[in-house]
Design a protein around this ligand. Sequence first.
Ligand SMILES: *[C@@H]1O[C@H](CO)[C@@H](O)[C@H](O)[C@H]1NC(C)=O
Ligand SMILES: *[C@@H]1O[C@H](CO)[C@@H](O)[C@H](O)[C@H]1NC(C)=O
Ligand SMILES: *[C@@H]1O[C@H](CO)[C@@H](O)[C@H](O)[C@H]1NC(C)=O
Ligand SMILES: *[C@@H]1O[C@H](CO)[C@@H](O)[C@H](O)[C@H]1NC(C)=O
Ligand SMILES: *[C@@H]1O[C@H](CO)[C@@H](O)[C@H](O)[C@H]1NC(C)=O
Length: 732
Amino acid sequence: MRLSASLFWAATTAVQGVAAYWMEEVAHQGKAPYHADPDYQVFRNVKDFGAVGDGVTDDTAAINEAISAGQRCAPQECKQSTTSPAVVYFPSGTYLVSGSIIDYYYTQLIGDPTDRPVIKASADFPTDTTVGVIDGNRYGADGLAWIAVNVFFRQVQNFIIDTTAISASANAIGIHWPSSQATALSNVEFRLSSAAGTQHVGVLMEEGSGGLLNDLTFRGGLVGAKLGNQQYTARNLQFFGCETAISQLWNWGWTYKSLHVEDCGVGIDVLDNNTASITILDSQFTRVDQAIKTKRDGDKTTPKASGSLVLENVSFDTVGAILTGPNGVVIPGDSAGEALIEGFADGHLYNYTGPNVYVGDDRKYFPALPLCLTVTSTMKSPSPPMAIGDGTEDATAILNKFFAHVAGTDKVAFIDAGYYVITDTVTIPAGVRVVGEALASVLLGTGPVFSDIENPVPVIRVGKPGDKGRVEWSDMIVSTRGATAGAKLIEWNLNSSGEPSGMWDVHVRVGGFAGTELQLAQCPKTPTETNVVNEDCIAAYISLHVTKSAGGLYNENCWVWVADHDIEDPDYAQITIFAGRGILVESETGRIFISGSGSEHHVLYHPTPATVPFPPVAALQDPDFATSCRDVPDDVPCAMAWGLRVIGSKDIVIFGAGLYSFFNNYSTDCCQPTSGTECQQRIFEVVGSSLTTYNLNTIGTVRMVTRHGKDIAFARDNTAGFVDTIAVYYNA
Ligand SMILES: *[C@@H]1O[C@H](CO)[C@@H](O)[C@H](O)[C@H]1NC(C)=O
Ligand SMILES: *[C@@H]1O[C@H](CO)[C@@H](O)[C@H](O)[C@H]1NC(C)=O
Ligand SMILES: *[C@@H]1O[C@H](CO)[C@@H](O)[C@H](O)[C@H]1NC(C)=O
Ligand SMILES: *[C@@H]1O[C@H](CO)[C@@H](O)[C@H](O)[C@H]1NC(C)=O
Ligand SMILES: *[C@@H]1O[C@H](CO)[C@@H](O)[C@H](O)[C@H]1NC(C)=O
């Protein structure tokens, strides 16, 4: 649970403090039923393992023991596993460490948010260019412990990391974090040396496919954050007195929201043409020599669309140069006053009359944004915990009773780690705050109620149609077990006017892990067969349905994933799971915000074969490939799921989208630089809607934008390296 406020357009923060943080006091009964040891401990308080936290005692060994105790998925030894999750909790105090805190797979490192614990590196901490005080993915002889793009389900929250005792000239690093989906660093402050010649770095992230960074503060150092990753959402990052705030190593799409850079030499330094796109929203640069350094050089840029930059509502106060390019200053600053850029895009710009690219920079195409939205999360005392997550007992009735019981009270519905078997709809009514543990509170829909592909039934329903009120929901997994072709995993009906509802780190994960009976043994890939469906592997009808009656929802860092590989398999074996639809939003009232979230591998909304086994349902606006593919050449497959469709909608704004098609027939040959973009013909459809898309990045797709059956933008015109990028697609 993220205690700090979550916010979007408007910037306010309200932390609801409580005297003793509930996580410390509550009886922890979390279970890991698929672990070999029946007494396996999910929750660990570092003080129970001998950590002292007095700033004097060396706590390195005790903290690492708290993380590694019990049979767990250790770096270099274990490739991946969901069966040994852990929450490692740090009460407030100062923990002196003389070596890295070594993170394990599926681990949540959580400090007391009411008085964040300080992790203080000792003067003799052994530094290296890749070693973090917290090391999220440690290097060994064979490189990173885990393939960075397969590091999922982990968090580091509520810490102060202090490297100031380490010599300024040493390569101190606060957190080393090559991580991917369903991961978060949040509410962490980095205190780095400001002495002359400092080499300190707050965050080093050189690879991955994330993810969320939020509420991070960096003080001092050579570089606050060195960031390279496929895509990321970074919200409320603040930098004070760093020589360079952000060194952008590479990316496909990176969105900075509410960035604050103060008293720094350089704000964002784009190192080279491996950065495809950056979007900066609602941000401030104050007393900065050079706010943004780009490598983009108009139509001389190679690859031609790389370095795409979008700014919206960004202020520059006492800034030497706002934008500097390879040939010097592009947008000068005002070294004595303030300049506000309401909207600016540099890259490939399209409107709906295309294909008609405009290469350059422009300040049009920035219409007034839709209504503001502010979400604050409050957390008072937890409910009595539930201890029925053993993966066998039917939890349907007790969960329904439990949520009804806490609705409207000041209690938080705390769901211990465990596997909760659900055989009929569980309703989360208005007025409930739900929080899970260790990203290992798994709600598993199963059985005949969820098995009819013609009659879908929600596993979790948030409000009934027509209900009003609010729900806050965080840190949980919703899934299915066995054949469940009629399972609607989450149906969101609640209409929250005023303050919206919130979902934080609530992931849909379909198949591919212990307890689902949808693993390698049951659902191996079938490359030599076309359109063959194993009925036992049809596992979801729709993953997240925001219905017509819903309104006012903030969804952050929620990963909707149909497993394409078995996460318990050391060889990452591919599997075939059929789930119909990913995220369907039909809200009539609107104010739906989806931030740092993603959806992958649904049959109708993602790769092959899109035509089986789900019959298209017109009422759900399912795609009709027979019609849409009629006039498209057959050199590249067309009846492949759309990544994004916007139909009959208005005031849609998209910042930093990544629509990727990597595979055909279980192989990535179709998206390699040698083969070009040949995985599918189209990926993004607009029908009868007004929308603006800023920094759209696609992979493996011939046509990037299709409106009313006409292709507006082609990948071949917009290469930005591995991705194809357009800065603006504007559709009034
Ligand atoms: C513009 O950004 C500032 C932060 O720099 C923020 O306070 C303000 O709310 C933003 N304006 C809008 C309309 O979102
Ligand atoms: C990136 O830029 C360098 C020159 O700085 C150029 O040699 C290289 O080809 C470019 N990369 C791509 C993929 O175009
Ligand atoms: C669309 O873009 C083209 C190319 O930049 C431009 O000539 C045209 O005026 C634009 N049309 C509208 C309606 O914005
Ligand atoms: C898919 O790949 C397999 C090899 O892995 C091959 O035997 C099969 O013919 C391919 N199918 C299609 C439809 O290309
Ligand atoms: C949702 O609530 C708002 C505010 O009360 C109301 O204007 C709107 O009509 C409601 N939406 C639906 C679909 O009932």
